[in-house]
Design a binder for this molecule. Structure first.
Ligand SMILES: C[S@@+](CC[C@H](N)C(=O)[O-])C[C@H]1O[C@@H](n2cnc3c(N)ncnc32)[C@H](O)[C@@H]1O
Length: 251
């Protein structure tokens, strides 16, 4: 029997992931917390319910992002909020909703091709699986803008279309309080760090969405910190996500 590519593609990935018992355990926990947050009266759950149908990020990583934004606002860490890789906009909108819930506002920069994932490269060790996703995660820029507008948080939001490699180096961002890197592949994550790390305010937060999921993302992060001789105390969020508070001094 012939199976279509759209069926083979998730099946191949699921078989690949099932070899990792940590992923299996994490998936079970994620299912429970996701169901809980559909009913929970917590502030995070209230915001999560507004955006959950527009995001691929796990519940745990979105919760960490919410707390990260809350942290930089409450501690007056100077700078804008930046997301690299928004797809349909769910996590980016959460980043805009969180300051509003705290009665304040931060400019938000959102970078994406808005044409789906570019191809991975030979620098991605799991290229064969990763390449199945080329062109997926498509978010339409007009729909993302509409989501910000519908939820009343479009003011001060910059949606920047294009490859990170072209848009990030010239972006007019002076200081970053929180940087959310969700670009999946080695070259994408490497570009984000090379272009934006030095603009993150010491004491600011960097959250990596794909560190445990895509091998190229992990490689880019590890290489960057090693090359810059930065002691990277990455905090584990879940199977894939990690967060990091930029030290006051890099060494
Ligand atoms: C997994 S999706 C992001 C998911 C999103 N944060 C959410 O809430 O669902 C990854 C996104 O990164 C974008 N991306 C990856 N590499 C990129 C690059 N080099 N330049 C621009 N966008 C890139 C893709 O277009 C895709 O929309």
């Amino acid at each position: 029997m012939r199976t279509s590519k759209s069926v083979r593609h998730p099946l191949r990935e699921i078989v690949y992931r099932f070899n990792d018992p940590i992923w299996v355990a994490d998936t079970a926990i994620r299912t429970v917390t996701t169901v809980w947050d559909r009913f929970s009266p917590s502030t995070f759950a209230g915001l999560y319910r507004k955006i959950r149908s527009h995001t691929m990020c796990s519940n745990a990583r979105l919760r960490a992002l919410f707390h990260g934004v809350e942290y930089v606002v409450r501690h007056d860490v100077a700078g804008d909020l930046v997301e690299c890789g928004c797809a349909r906009g769910g996590s980016a909108v959460l980043m805009a909703l969180t300051p509003r819930h705290l009665g304040t506002h931060r400019p938000l920069w959102v970078f994406d091709t808005f044409e789906g994932l570019p191809a991975p490269t030979s620098n991605d060790p799991d290229f064969e699986i990763a390449d199945l996703f080329t062109g997926t995660c498509l978010g339409d820029i007009a729909e993302v803008r509409h989501l910000f507008e519908r939820l009343g948080v479009a003011e001060g939001v910059h949606l920047v279309k294009g490859l990170f490699q072209n848009t990030l180096p010239a972006a007019e961002i002076q200081e970053i309080a929180l940087l959310h890197i969700d670009g999946d592949w080695y070259e994408s994550v490497k570009t984000c760090l090379e272009s934006l790390y030095d603009r993150v305010t010491p004491g600011g937060v960097i959250q990596f969405d794909d560190y445990g999921y895509w091998q190229g993302a992990r490689k880019a992060v590890d290489e960057f910190f090693e090359f810059r001789a930065i002691r990277a105390d990455l905090r584990r969020i879940d199977y894939s996500g990690r967060s990091f508070v930029k030290p006051l001094c890099d060494h």
